[in-house]
Design a protein around this ligand. Structure first.
Ligand code: ATP
Ligand code: MG
Length: 424
């Protein structure tokens, strides 16, 4: 026998038995976003490598080691998108949507990063991305955070998520801070781990993000970026906090929250959970006003977040509930040629008149017994039975498959639709 070909490590199939929970979450996301005026933008999965190098930054984990980069047939360097912000901005710049305009946008789809696969961390994973352009104030920052909170409530997982909030100030403020942080860390060089030593020259702020418990005390005593903020940055942050307070959104200010990417400024936030082990960040976002100019546009303000769909779905209570919701209400069983034709007509009428009724018409024939078995395996609640007798006298049999207590009955075909309405 020839060997079977397997999927690529870290890239998973979502099998039909689990797709309903995805559809449920996606429907909730779409509804909430649409209600608040966010429009979908559909973007390519592949972009020029340069786009990510210029936006995400050369010395980030993503660009240094996680991108799927390859040469196109003409030699261009292309990359499977590791995130959506850069592509979204590229598209809006290209189509002139950024200058003096406001946009609320979202996209949902796969992202690709060559990471070590583990629970909650994959090489192909799905993100919902939301981006808001052209709004400079903390009001839109608050709107995005509230939008998150609404999603968690609608998905009944709000009690599992906590909001962490920080401000990164402006690039200039960060530059000052960076110098003082590097001074401090150099003074304690012998205490740093290998990762942090490497980052000292390339991305020192990222050291604050270290999960190594042995660095905790050292980092707690490090200078704080908040001491380097100018009045405008402080005011932005204070107004955001006041807005969140006004609507009762709880948050923890975490001065060590720096995010991995280079392009953030001012507001950054993460929604974290204790329920998913090491992969505890479900949603992360921030403001990135400088990125538009960095990609060749005129200055424009922007803020967005990205939400990891796998981690979100892992937080659902009782996800099986949604899988059950796509099982058929009924399966139609037919024996004999007359019944086969009559049954098809009935099924079509039923589908016309009860659009929410899920009916599978058994194909592939077989005895009553084998068709019952199949209906049962499909998880149908009810078998609709058309044999030669029923077909001849215009009746149809109804046999409950999940409920032992209710008996089989035979009704006129003309009453079928009104009867089945009760099953919806
Ligand atoms: P992490 O610290 O977990 O690596 P990140 O900072 O790289 O996250 P972002 O680039 O901000 O993550 O992406 C936003 C969200 O996308 C994350 O909070 C997470 O929910 C999800 N995510 C990121 N990388 C992966 C991955 N490899 N597999 C599954 N989900 C991911
Ligand atoms: Mg990462």
């Amino acid at each position: 026998m020839t060997e079977k070909i397997q999927a690529i490590r870290g890239m998973h199939d979502i099998l039909p038995e689990h797709s309903a929970r995805w559809q449920y979450v996606e429907a909730v996301l779409r509804r909430v976003l649409t209600r608040q005026g966010y429009l979908e933008i559909r973007l390519p999965l592949v972009e020029k490598t340069e786009l990510f190098q210029r936006s995400i930054g050369e010395v980030t984990d993503i660009v240094e080691k996680e991108m799927y980069t390859f040469a196109d047939r003409n030699g261009d360097s292309l990359t499977l998108r590791p995130e959506g912000t850069a592509g979204c901005l590229r598209a809006c710049l290209e189509h002139g949507l950024l200058h003096n305009q406001m946009h609320r946008l979202w996209y949902l789809g796969p992202m690709f990063r060559h990471e070590r696969p583990q629970k909650g961390r994959y090489r192909q994973f799905y993100q919902l991305g939301v981006e808001a352009y052209g709004m400079a104030g903390p009001d839109i920052d608050a709107e995005l955070i509230l939008l998150n909170a609404r999603l968690w409530r609608e998905l009944a997982i709000a009690h599992k998520l906590e909001l962490q909030l920080n401000t990164l100030g402006t690039a200039a403020e960060r530059q000052h801070y960076r110098a003082s942080l590097v001074d401090y860390l150099r003074g304690h060089y012998h205490k740093l781990d290998e990762d942090s030593r490497r980052r000292l020259d390339t991305n020192p702020l990222r050291i604050l993000d270290s999960k190594n418990p042995e660095l905790a005390d050292l980092l707690a005593a490090a200078p704080s970026l908040h001491d380097f903020l100018g009045d405008a940055s402080t005011a932005h942050f204070e107004r955001l906090k006041a807005l969140l307070d006004a609507v009762g959104i709880a948050y923890t200010v975490n001065p060590r929250l720096v995010r991995g990417l280079d392009y953030y400024c001012l507001t950054v936030f993460e929604w974290v959970t204790r329920e998913l082990g090491a992969q505890g960040t479900v949603c992360a976002g921030g403001r990135y006003d400088g990125l538009v100019a960095q990609l060749g546009g005129r200055d424009a303000t922007a803020i967005g977040f990205a939400l990891g769909m796998e981690r979100l779905i892992d937080l659902l209570d009782d996800p099986e509930r949604h899988d059950v919701a796509q099982k058929p209400h009924a399966c139609l069983i037919r024996v004999g040629e007359v019944a086969e034709q009559q049954g098809l007509r009935l099924a079509e009428q039923l589908r016309d008149q009860l659009p929410d009724f899920r009916l599978i018409v058994n194909c592939g024939g077989g005895s009553f017994k084998s068709q019952f078995k199949r209906a049962d395996k499909m998880g149908a609640g009810l078998a609709l039975i058309l044999g030669e007798t029923e077909a001849a006298n215009g009746t149809i049999g109804l046999k409950p498959l999940r409920d032992e207590t209710s008996a089989q009955q035979v009704i006129p075909q003309t009453e079928l639709i009104s009867h089945l309405q009760h099953y919806l």
